[in-house]
Design a binder for this molecule. Structure first.
Ligand SMILES: Cc1cc2nc3c(=O)[nH]c(=O)nc-3n(C[C@H](O)[C@H](O)[C@H](O)COP(=O)(O)O)c2cc1C
Length: 229
């Protein structure tokens, strides 16, 4: 698949077939994705690949904590509420997802089910948890590096017919993930990636999110001078 097609065609997948994903194919994906750039080639990532019983325990622990009102706790500080354009784009994609899933605005039960699905890693057969060494805090640059790795993972997976959704929901109860994935105390949990073969009968998988026109966020500086020279 051409790069242009791959990057434009990929989308988040939130419904999966039950089929397992082989360790070999995941190994191949990581073998490719690790060519992502990182600050000073620090490669500050650890990749914990969960399936089977440990992943089921994470799903169960996340679900129990959320239902019993344990406040979500990540390993790093972050802004919880988006504003302005960011908030609008967050709403826009949620509207697309809810329309496909036939979740009405005021249908609290269905909205709740949808949110809980995220805490179950969308029932994917695999969850890939990315961490970095705690000593790196404040770790903005290393978190950036993990972002580059994440995109590479989801693209390498897509090329192999696998779908993913990078998600914060799965690691918001970080203590649960740490316990069942056996993540050492000196690593911070950044993000996880649900992965599996897409179920294209699952309506949310029809959503193609939108992007802003370049004019909205790109500035070209000094180009006129180049033309005039
Ligand atoms: C850092 C990060 C966290 C995300 N967290 C969630 C999440 O918790 N739940 C979810 O359904 N999608 C999550 N997403 C997926 C985004 O909603 C999705 O990438 C965005 O809407 C653009 O859609 P696309 O991936 O289909 O292009 C996350 C994506 C990123 C990069």
């Amino acid at each position: 698949m051409e790069f242009e097609e791959l990057i434009r065609e990929r989308k988040s997948i939130r419904g999966y077939k039950k089929d397992p994903v082989s360790r070999e194919v995941i190994e191949e994906i990581i073998e490719t994705a690790k060519w992502a750039p990182s600050s000073m080639n620090t490669q500050p990532w650890y990749v914990h690949v969960l399936t089977g019983e440990p992943l089921d325990k994470v799903r169960k622990g996340n679900t129990e904590n959320m239902l019993s009102g344990v406040p979500p706790k990540r390993d790093f500080p972050m802004k919880e509420a988006y504003e302005g354009d960011h908030r609008q784009r967050q709403i826009d994609v949620a509207v697309q997802l809810f329309a496909e899933m036939e979740i009405a605005r005021d249908d609290k039960a269905k909205r709740h089910d949808w949110v809980m699905r995220g805490f179950r890693q969308f029932d994917a057969p695999v969850s890939v948890v990315l961490t970095y060494d705690k000593y790196l805090e404040p770790a903005a640059i290393s978190q950036f590096d993990l972002g580059a790795l994440s995109h590479a993972i989801v693209l390498a997976a897509w090329k192999r017919g696998l779908g993913c959704v990078i998600n914060g929901q799965g690691i918001m109860q970080s203590a649960v993930v740490r316990e069942h994935a056996g993540i050492p105390d000196d690593q911070n949990i950044m993000i996880c990636i649900a992965m599996g073969y897409p179920d294209y009968d699952f309506p949310a998988n029809n959503v193609k999110s939108v992007r802003e026109d370049n004019e909205k966020f790109v500035r070209y500086v000094g180009f006129d001078e180049l033309v005039d020279a």
